[in-house]
Write a protein that binds this ligand. Structure first.
Ligand code: CDP
Length: 789
């Protein structure tokens, strides 16, 4: 059932679900008292700088480190050759490929790690890194996946025995024969070829590590910018051969991750190896340029989609072909089973019987990555394609895009809904969200104004995207990273005074977990959220989990938190019965209190019970009120929404401005409505940035254009439009508190809405597509081309 808002069941003092509790972590962040990796100073700490390749593709002929080694203050210069002696020159990627830690044979992208300097301070380390001389034999740089797959293209991964082309993977989903049959019956076939350009998560804090390996005890304490500390610990144990019990990964405050802090980077490995060998702590923190040119990128998908439509405007089938640019190593962070991530959710919010998706990935001379940048694994690309395609299809068959969507939406009574590519959507009411967004924006009035504007020589466009996201990986049977099942965990300890500590396997990077996860405990146990401390990011002190990315924290660790709270409540009830000398069956629960049915004067609070758990438990019961839950979700959750954008486009310059941006989101029950709105604001700003200004490109030689914030444009408050938010609530039926994840939805849903609005303003001229970022010069060129042809 969909409602318009969740009514809190707890008082504001308890602060359970539905309360816009202020973010507790912000006090330290806004006072500049966060504790980030670069804030960590250890006695005797050394500093590391990395020498990187200036070229995109070349064979290494020689490396001369003598000048660097001679610089005063330099303790060591590490090369790939040296690492090879410890079997550390290569490491596995999260996609099961191999990646050079420091290059030994060839360099394969500009910015690749070639050598590292360890010195007494960072300035000396950086100066020495520049003194390293590397001689290369230049090889052709491959900067597009199309060129990579040419027969005469040079082989990038000649290090891999069975690799005889630059094809990185192929993968398909759906029923090809059924799709072909549907296309032969179609009244209309609509196609769209589009490119989702490479972009970068660009977190405010770059990546870094302080590696502290104690040679006496063998204990390795690694302070790392890690979105997934437990998984990283296991990868370190496997890569470096360190015993896992001796590895402690501490992920302190993180200044934004957005998927960028999921992969294991060479810098982490080299700093750890250096600390191990030298016996002193080693710090490495990237510069902004290093972060932009060498760490996990996102997107870079070339996509072609075709819709088969019958004479009544019903979609019969979808066919998609996709080619992805993977960079030099296949390092996507995504479930093992799905080579192109969850791209096959490209069927979107629509009901049709057949779909077929074929995908290929190619190695190129660019940085590896393919991270879930504010999206579930590659869902942003999928959502963009289907929402652009659907909008164009409506125009092609002469139907209003909203009515075309309404006609083809999966209807509320069809849930759970099995898509033709194998997902089972949990719940949804797509039309309700769309109609709310239309009402908020005044859809009919804008449609009318469009005509009048044209008469006056102005251009107005209205664009829409009705997306479905898929978040909350696992289920473990289908979702794993390097074989590690994607469950997550929560450990809850209620202390004798009724205060609690909640320890999680996930790791917030700004999402506000310290605030919201305490609210789940408050909801379930009635302990005020302000009495619940949330701890994350220290592998010695938290239960094993797969980490925070792809909006999985609430669907998985949030569920684990509810489950362990309920388990403790069951135990608390037994203790309450003992204290009240009543039968458990006669007890009633209201948040924070058990009372005897019919005798409300006979009651005990959860705090009384907590005290008794340690001082006066029932004779046959173990003392304490603590426990841990590992939650393997039965399914993902499927948040959705409709975004509508109105733009004013200047026909004289091609410039467009957002007049209105309405976003209606449904993420089921909202734990903290204010935090959810913050997540949506951030995601919308990123969606706007991608659609209008933000992308990384490369010249013919593979030089990265976008290696700093003058070239790679991050939107500021000045250019970011005002967002108007609306909400519907369709709880997830399988989630213990009915919540769906939300962190990524806005970035997933919004780029298509922005671009659709621009295309809407230009459709009458014959403009059907402009690839992102839709800058004014691209708009201008598209208008020129359309009108001159
Ligand atoms: O995994 P990540 O934390 O990035 O994403 P998420 O689980 O979607 O949650 C982002 C933030 O929004 C967290 O602080 C959640 O607890 C909060 N949230 C919420 O308050 N209600 C929801 N239904 C979903 C998320």
């Amino acid at each position: 059932m969909t409602t318009t808002a969740h009514q809190p069941r707890t008082t504001p003092e308890i602060g359970g679900l539905g309360h816009s509790r202020r973010r507790v972590e912000d006090a330290r962040f806004i006072e500049g008292r966060g504790n980030y990796v670069d804030d960590i100073e250890l006695p005797g700490m050394l500093h590391m700088a990395i020498h990187r390749s200036p070229i995109a593709h070349g064979r290494i002929l020689s490396i001369d480190t003598s000048e660097a080694e001679a610089l005063e203050g330099v303790l060591a210069v590490v090369t790939g050759e040296l690492l090879a002696q410890y079997n550390l020159a290569w490491m596995p990627t999260l996609s099961g490929d191999s990646q050079a830690v420091l290059a030994t044979d060839k360099v394969r992208f500009q910015g690749q790690e070639v050598a590292a300097v360890i010195a007494t301070d960072r300035y000396i380390a950086e100066d020495a890194a520049e003194l390293i001389q590397v001689e290369y034999e230049d090889l052709e740089a491959i900067v597009t996946p199309q060129r990579a797959l040419d027969e005469d293209a040079p082989l990038i991964r000649d290090d891999k025995e069975d690799q005889d082309s630059n094809l990185c993977y192929t993968w398909e989903s759906g029923d090809k024969a059924a799709v072909e049959a549907a296309f032969s019956d179609a009244a209309t076939v609509v196609s769209l070829e589009t490119f989702y350009p490479r972009s970068h998560p660009a977190p405010l804090e770059t990546c870094g590590i302080v590696a502290d390996v104690d040679s006496a005890t063998g204990q390795a304490t690694l302070y790392m910018t890690s979105q997934a500390p437990h998984a990283h610990r296991t990868v370190f144990a496997l890569v470096a051969g360190l015993p896992e019990q001796n590895i402690r990964i501490v992920s302190p405050d993180i200044g934004g991750g957005f998927g960028n802090k999921v992969p294991v980077y060479p810098g982490y490995v080299v700093a750890t190896a250096a600390s191990l060998v030298i016996g002193k702590p080693v710090k490495w923190v990237e510069s902004r340029t290093e972060n932009l040119i060498s760490t996990g990128f996102a997107r870079d998908y070339y996509m072609r989609g075709e819709l088969a439509i019958d004479g009544d405007g019903r979609i019969l089938a979808l066919k998609v072909d996709m080619l992805s640019d993977q960079g030099a190593f296949f390092a996507d962070a995504q479930p093992t089973k799905f080579k192109a991530g969850l791209f096959h959710i490209v069927t979107g919010s629509y009901d049709y019987p057949a779909a077929y998706v074929s995908t290929r990935g190619a190695y190129t001379n660019k940085a590896p990555g393919g991270v879930a940048y504010r999206c579930s694994f590659r869902v942003t690309e999928a959502s963009y394609l289907i929402e652009r395609l659907v909008q164009n299809a409506a125009y092609e068959i002469g139907m209003d895009p909203a009515e075309f969507r309404a006609k083809n939406f999966i209807k509320p009574e069809q849930f759970p809904y099995a898509t033709p590519t194998g997902f089972v959507y949990d719940s949804g009411d797509y039309e309700k969200a769309m109609r709310l967004a239309m009402d908020m924006v005044g859809y009919d009035e804008v449609e009318k104004e469009k005509e009048e504007a044209r008469q006056e020589g102005r251009l107005v466009g209205i664009g829409m995207a009705s997306f479905t996201e898929v978040v909350g990986a696992g289920h473990g049977e289908d979702y794993d990273i390097l074989g590690l099942k994607m469950f997550d965990s929560a450990e809850l300890r209620v202390h004798p005074t009724g205060k609690a500590i909640l320890k999680l396997g996930v790791r917030s990077q700004g999402q506000g977990h310290e605030t919201t996860f305490a609210q789940i405990v408050a909801e379930e146990l009635g302990i005020p959220a302000s009495d619940v401390k949330v701890v994350e990011g220290d592998t010695d002190n938290t239960p094993y989990g797969l980490g925070t990315y792809a909006s999985r924290s609430t669907p998985v660790a949030g569920a684990a938190t509810a489950m362990i709270s309920r388990k403790l409540r069951d135990k608390a009830k037994k203790i309450a019965a003992h204290l009240l000398e009543a039968s458990e069956d006669d007890l009633e629960w209201e948040p924070g209190k058990f009372s005897v049915a019919g005798d409300p004067g006979s009651s005990v609070t959860i705090q009384d019970v907590a005290f008794a758990a340690y001082t006066n438990p029932p004779p046959d019961m173990e003392a304490g009120l603590e426990g841990v839950n590992y939650y393997d979700p039965p399914n993902m959750t499927y948040p959705f929404g409709t975004y509508i954008v109105v733009v004013d486009l200047d026909p004289g310059s091609g410039q467009w401005k957002v007049r209105r941006m309405v976003a209606v989101d449904d993420c089921g029950v909202r734990i903290n409505p204010m935090v959810v709105e913050g997540q949506i604001h951030g995601g919308l700003a990123e969606g706007y940035a991608m659609s209008s200004m933000q992308y990384i490109t490369f010249d013919d030689l593979g030089n990265c254009i976008g290696a700093n914030f003058s070239d790679y444009l991050i939107p500021t408050a000045w250019e970011t439009p005002r967002f108007e938010l609306g909400e519907t609530v369709t709880p997830s039926p399988h989630h213990p508190i009915g919540a769906k994840g939300v962190g990524e939805s806005a970035t997933v849903g919004s780029p298509a809405a922005f671009v659709n609005a621009v295309i809407d303003a230009l459709w009458h001229l014959g403009v059907k597509n402009i690839d992102m970022p839709v800058s004014s010069d691209r708009v201008w060129a598209a208008m020129e081309e359309a009108t001159s042809g």
